[in-house]
Design a protein around this ligand. Structure first.
Ligand code: ADP
Length: 498
């Protein structure tokens, strides 16, 4: 017997609601973080661009003004330039300097008494490498403007000639996002996140209730079904989830199947007990009769003993049939398949019924194509043929004739047995294959039946996966058929070899 598989459970099971909440929240959280980073990067790059734009505009303006001022012949020229540069620094976000080719600050300069002088930078020689690098060398045409960035600081340098000397207008400003900007961005993202999370909870609440409610109902009903209640309803109205609809549909089908097999099992037990009771009562009655009445009368005693033997035989065949069915359908009796001559075997089985032609006036017509080979469990197929022919004999009409054929039918072998009996009604045609089904009429049967014959036929042929069936017309008769696979057998006739 197969051991039931253990269910591996590595994780703590969660409700649909929690799974959706958890996964969607994680996803949203990730999306918001990515959005924040992308927004920060975009703001940073636009701030850098803006800073460069402003620096270049301011550089052009200063360049023009300084060119004019440099032509001033008065002694106030230096002071004017100095004030101008100081004002440019003060009135813009940029630090503005005029430096010489070595990086020494020429403007703004401070008087020694000026306090701000100590905080002001007076030398940019460390920057000269970058400035020359940006210009592509130390000599550069006057009016050329270059920009570069270092550690989130934007630098712009303009080469110019002041009083015949090569100088640089040098300005720089930080392009780092201010904490105010960052804060406002975080606040905006925070507000959006709260809105999105609220909407998420609402939507997931609705969606999960549409999934978990029907699932809870289905599992409750499945538990009820397990206790043997076949009236549970799985056909709830169509939900939004296709898989759940399919689950409830298959559970409804399972319920119908279990209920059908439960009903059949109960009927089987009732029928079996009934069929066991009759012969047992007879055996008991006749045994008592022998004991009390016919014990001394050999003729009567023999007759009564024969009844007991017949009834015991009937019981034995009932038990055998039941065992056969349960063995074949449970798969305990493995099929012993082999290739054999089906034509010869059919003739052999038909011959077992030939005595009926002599003793009871039956007419058995046969049309059996010789040397048709098939592959199957020979003994079990024998049982099938015997049961089908036996039924034809039992149920054929007044003319007591039956017809048996075995012939090639495309790539298969067709066996059929027809009778001229009352036929089988449409409503019965599917039920006759069920265990213990018997039509109401009481036939005089030359071949003893247990009501299990067709059920055995069905079980054996289904195990073989062979096609079979019945075609019947009320008042005209029935034709039961089986289709066997054909096998080709070579060199079987060894007599021809010499
Ligand atoms: P049994 O013949 O012992 O009753 P079966 O399982 O062989 O049991 O058949 C089941 C039922 O099918 C029969 O009781 C009968 O009603 C119907 N049946 C079987 N074969 C025929 C037939 N050839 N013609 C008409 N009815 C048949």
């Amino acid at each position: 017997m197969q051991k039931p598989k253990k269910i591996k459970r590595n994780t703590v099971p969660m409700s649909v609601n929690s799974i959706l909440m958890f996964s969607f929240s994680a996803l949203l959280f990730l999306v918001i973080i990515i959005m924040g980073i992308v927004q920060g990067l975009i703001m940073q790059s636009s701030l850098t661009e803006q800073t460069y734009g402003k620096q270049i505009g301011q550089s052009r303006e200063i360049y023009v003004s300084l060119n004019e001022m440099s032509n001033d012949p008065t002694a106030l020229r230096n002071l004017k330039i100095n004030n101008y540069i100081l004002r440019q620094s003060r009135e813009s976000q940029n630090a503005v300097y005029i430096i010489d080719g070595e990086g020494k600050v020429l403007y703004p300069y401070f008087e020694e008494a000026d306090e701000t002088s100590s905080t002001e930078q007076t030398d940019f020689s460390g920057e000269m490498e970058d400035i020359h690098g940006a210009f592509g060398g130390a000599d550069s045409a006057a009016g050329k403007i270059v920009s570069y960035q270092k550690d989130k600081v934007c630098y712009t340098a303009t080469s110019m000639t002041l009083a015949g000397e090569r100088v640089y207008l040098f300005m720089f400003a930080s392009s780092r996002l201010s904490s105010k900007t960052i804060l406002s961005m975080v606040v905006r993202l925070g507000i959006v996140s709260i809105g999105v999370f609220l909407a998420e909870f609402l939507v997931i609440g609705i969606v999960s209730s549409k999934i978990s409610d029907p699932l809870a109902k289905i599992s409750k009903n499945a538990r009820l079904l397990g206790t043997g209640n076949f009236n549970v309803d799985f056909e709830t109205e169509e939900g939004i989830c296709k898989e759940i609809n399919e689950l409830s549909k298959s559970l409804a089908e399972t319920r119908d199947e279990i209920s059908k097999s439960d009903k059949m099992q109960k009927e089987l037990i009732a029928n079996v007990s009934h069929d066991f009771k009759t012969p047992l009562t007879m055996i008991k009655a006749y045994a008592s009769m022998i004991q009390e009445i016919s014990g001394d009368n050999p003729e009567k005693r023999n007759k009564h003993c024969q009844v007991i033997i017949d009834e015991a035989e009937r019981l034995a065949s009932l038990v055998n049939d039941l065992l056969d069915i349960s063995k074949i359908s449970s798969g305990m009796a493995a099929l012993k398949t082999a290739v054999f001559n089906l034509s010869d075997y059919t003739v052999e089985i038909v011959d077992r019924f030939r005595y009926l032609e002599e003793t009871q006036g039956y007419k058995i017509y046969t049309d059996i194509t010789p040397d048709l080979y098939t592959e199957a469990d020979k003994d079990k197929i024998g049982q099938v043929l015997y049961n089908l022919i036996g039924n034809a004999v039992n149920y054929t009409g007044e003319d007591k004739s039956i017809r048996i054929r075995l012939m090639r039918d495309r790539d298969r072998i067709l066996f059929d047995v027809s009778d001229t009996g009352a036929g089988i009604g449409k409503e019965e045609i599917n039920t006759i294959w069920d265990r213990y089904y018997r039509s109401a009429d009481t036939h005089k049967r030359p071949v003893k039946g247990t009501g299990l014959g067709l059920s055995i036929v069905k079980t054996i042929l289904t195990r073989h996966q062979f096609d079979f069936g019945v075609v019947s017309e009320l008042g005209k008769g029935s034709r039961f058929y089986v289709k066997f696979p054909e096998r080709t057998v070579w060199n079987l006739n060894t007599d021809d070899e010499d």
